[in-house]
Design a protein around this ligand. Structure first.
Ligand SMILES: Nc1ncnc2c1ncn2[C@@H]1O[C@H](COP(=O)(O)OP(=O)(O)OP(=O)(O)O)[C@@H](O)[C@H]1O
Ligand SMILES: [Mg+2]
Length: 452
């Protein structure tokens, strides 16, 4: 009998009477070679040496940064009950010129994984496992990697052009001329489709400026200016419509291919077009890997485990619906023998662990670990100390001049205060009694407080 999952939309009948994923013990035959053969690495000119998956040190020599993580656990203190695991034994890799998308329901650990890989975990977390950069244990240096955080932290008083240009001046080397920096800043703004908002102030809680989606794109602009070798992005498309998401992501992928950037991004709800630009997919549920491998092969993985994507449905929607258990009790279940989301997730996790894809990922990680590539040079900002001081002073002055709270509000308060004090002592006279009143006034705690 056909079964309904998820949410009574997919009717699956295999005419055998067996449950659709009763054959989960047979590992699905998923291969990732096809991805490697057609990967943008070839377009980047990164050559494999001999065997298809063998990576040579030349790959690393081309400034590419390979990132691998093995059995990665992240835990946080959980009251008196000990520790709670946020990430549970994740293994994976990310390669130059490719985009790895991290997907999963809200709270599954996407940002935590990005933070762990970027070395930005909070002090109340504990991490175990191995994270290697180019096959060796090393810190990601400033200038090598960039991180677009989930929340935008922008100066609200600056226009888009100013924000990106100041950032270009602060990050790009002094060997680049001013006009080149300006050109790079404007080109990046245009790449993110912000040409119409170039002179609009970013805006904040007090003054409305850019929309949320536009702010997101400004944050991306600022981080991709220097063309970092490793780019982490936490929800780069949140607040964007599907067309804008597609354009932003496809431009990032183009940039990744062109400059050999290794991009790792967490994404909430990609449209089917956006999903198609992903090279690899890491699907998480409650901190566990449901699937890691080629994004295009995820469909086959779900199909072979009894959760086929219904026709005309966005595959990423289907994957997320299948593994989101947050609303399980409210979910409309089908009749007779429906699978709970918890069971579905366990089935997929078990199946992934025993799949050929998982073994291929592990051997790929092993191969990358054998690289023992060069150490990342300590770069820091490429602008000189003097340039940084000058640019920061100018930016700060513009910010203070435009921010009402900095000068203008204070000026208004001081004028009002002067008037108050002035009226208290106005025309008080110069007799002995008047002097006494004046002295008492100045020593009054309220007045002293007001004036100091
Ligand atoms: N430093 C921390 N201390 C305590 N709990 C934490 C900490 N960091 C993350 N968590 C918890 O770990 C879980 C995963 O958080 P995380 O921010 O990684 O989720 P997410 O997948 O990025 O979610 P979203 O899609 O909503 O951004 C959440 O339940 C969160 O409360
Ligand atoms: Mg997050």
């Amino acid at each position: 009998m056909g079964r309904l999952f998820p949410f009574s939309v997919a009717s699956i009948s295999d005419n055998t009477g067996r449950p659709p994923h009763s054959d989960i013990h047979e590992p699905p035959s998923l291969r990732i070679e096809s991805n490697l053969i057609t990967s943008p690495r070839t377009e980047l000119g990164l050559q494999h040496n001999g065997a298809e998956n063998c990576i040579t040190c030349n790959d690393v020599g081309l400034n590419g940064v390979f990132l691998t993580w093995k059995d990665l656990w992240v835990t946080v203190a959980d009251g008196e009950n000990g520790r709670r695991a946020i990430l549970q034994g994740l293994t994976g890799y990310a390669q130059p010129g490719e985009l790895l998308a991290i997907m999963g329901p809200s709270g599954c650990g996407k940002s935590t994984l990005l933070d762990a890989l970027a070395g930005r975990l909070g002090s109340n977390t504990r991490q175990s496992g191995e994270i290697l950069v180019n096959g060796s244990k090393q810190r990601l240096t400033f200038g090598t990697s960039a991180y677009v955080t989930q929340d935008d932290t922008l100066m609200t008083t600056l226009t888009v052009r100013e924000a990106v240009y100041y950032s270009a001046q602060l990050q790009l080397p002094d060997s680049m001329s001013r006009s080149e920096k300006k050109e790079r800043a404007e080109m990046t703004i245009r790449e993110m489709g912000l040409q119409d908002a170039m002179n609009t102030r970013i805006g904040g809680w007090s003054v409305k400026g850019l929309s949320g989606g536009q702010k997101r794109r400004v944050s991306i602009c600022i981080e991709i200016l220097t063309r970092p070798r490793l780019l982490f992005m936490d929800e780069p498309t949140s607040g964007l419509d599907s067309a804008a998401s597609y354009h932003v992501m496809s431009r990032i992928v183009k940039l990744a291919r062109h400059d050999g950037i290794n991009v790792i991004a967490s994404i909430h709800q990609p449209s089917s077009e956006v999903f198609e630009v992903f090279h690899n997919l890491c699907l998480l549920s409650s901190g566990k890997t449901v699937y890691f491998g080629s994004a295009s092969m995820a469909k086959e993985f779900f199909d072979s485990n009894g959760f086929p994507c219904p026709a005309l449905r966005n595959p990423s929607d289907h994957y997320l619906r299948t593994i989101n258990k947050d609303f399980d009790s409210d979910t409309e279940q089908g009749h007779g023998g429906t699978t709970s989301t918890e069971e579905a997730i366990n089935t997929l996790i078990k199946s992934y662990k025993s799949s050929e894809t998982c073994q291929q990922v592990q051997s790929r990680v092993y191969e990358i670990c054998q690289l023992k590539g060069g150490l990342l040079e300590k770069k820091g900002s490429q602008a000189s100390f003097i340039t940084q001081c000058l640019v920061l002073t100018r930016r700060s002055s513009v910010n203070m001049y435009r921010d009402l709270g900095y000068y203008w509000l204070r000026l208004a308060i001081y004028i009002a205060l002067c008037l108050c004090v002035g009226t208290i002592f106005y025309d008080i006279g110069s007799s002995y009694g008047s002097i006494q009143v004046t002295q008492q006034g100045w020593t009054n705690p309220f007045m002293s407080y007001k004036l100091y």
